[in-house]
Design a protein around this ligand. Structure first.
Ligand SMILES: [Fe+2]
Length: 233
């Protein structure tokens, strides 16, 4: 079900397992001033959720924020065939069946000037046994001073099962807004990644919504800066 985070931002969550751990996943919904809706990292949309969304506005864009968060893109597009799919470069090769209309790195997408974005260049993840490109797009919603990330930082806490808390404590992403060592060791071109995180940290945000973990409502910029201290100039 939708939970309101700010006057024009909502989230909806569902369970999700990754490497055997329950990490959950979260969709962010943004209402624009023209009553259009943006769905970032869509989850499975059931009847009740669809009703709630239709009470808010009309879905205009369905967004894959990186190369991994595309699981419910096709499902969402079937529910909202008039909406355009937007994805990072590379998803058209990974998921050729998707009808992607716009690509972040190739097209100019201005979201009515109400949402900014940056490709998080250089950021990668180690998923045993190999390093994978993520092509994550990081979003900034100036009106609510909210940064919207997907896999570039987590914040697992006591709301997650014990085994997830235990594992993320070892992986270094428990009770703090930061990537785990799976992302740190995979991120090889530190200069390019540092330049990207510097741009992200230049935005004036106070809140961070991530796909996995507890939303950070206060001092989020300071917390994310600390979480990326290994890169920040
Ligand atoms: Fe993820």
């Amino acid at each position: 079900m939708l939970k309101q985070v700010d006057h024009c931002i909502w989230v909806a969550e569902q369970p999700l397992k990754f490497l055997g751990l329950e990490v959950g996943t979260r969709m962010t919904v943004i209402l624009q001033s023209d009553c259009s809706l943006l769905l970032i990292s869509p989850i499975k949309i059931n009847f009740a959720l669809k009703q709630q969304l239709s009470n808010l506005g009309t879905v205009k864009y369905i967004i894959a924020p990186n190369l991994f968060h595309h699981l419910y893109l096709e499902h969402s597009h079937q529910l909202y065939p008039q909406a355009k799919l937007i994805a990072p470069l590379g998803l058209e090769t990974k998921q050729p069946s998707l009808e992607i209309s716009l690509t972040f790195e190739r097209d100019v997408i201005n979201f009515n000037g109400e949402l900014e974005y940056i490709p998080f260049q250089g950021f990668q993840v180690f998923i045993p046994p190999k390093i994978a490109e993520v092509n994550e797009i990081v979003f900034f919603h100036p009106n609510s001073k909210t940064l919207i990330i997907t896999d570039s930082a987590f914040n697992f806490d006591c709301n997650f099962p014990f085994i997830t808390q235990f594992a993320t404590r070892i992986l270094g992403s428990n009770r703090s807004l930061k990537p785990s060592w799976l992302e740190k060791i995979a991120t090889r071109d530190k200069e390019i990644t540092r330049q990207a995180i510097d741009k992200i940290l230049a935005w004036d945000f106070q809140r961070v919504i991530m796909a996995h973990g507890n939303i950070v409502e206060e001092n989020a910029k300071e917390k994310l800066t600390a979480g990326y201290q290994w890169l920040v100039s």
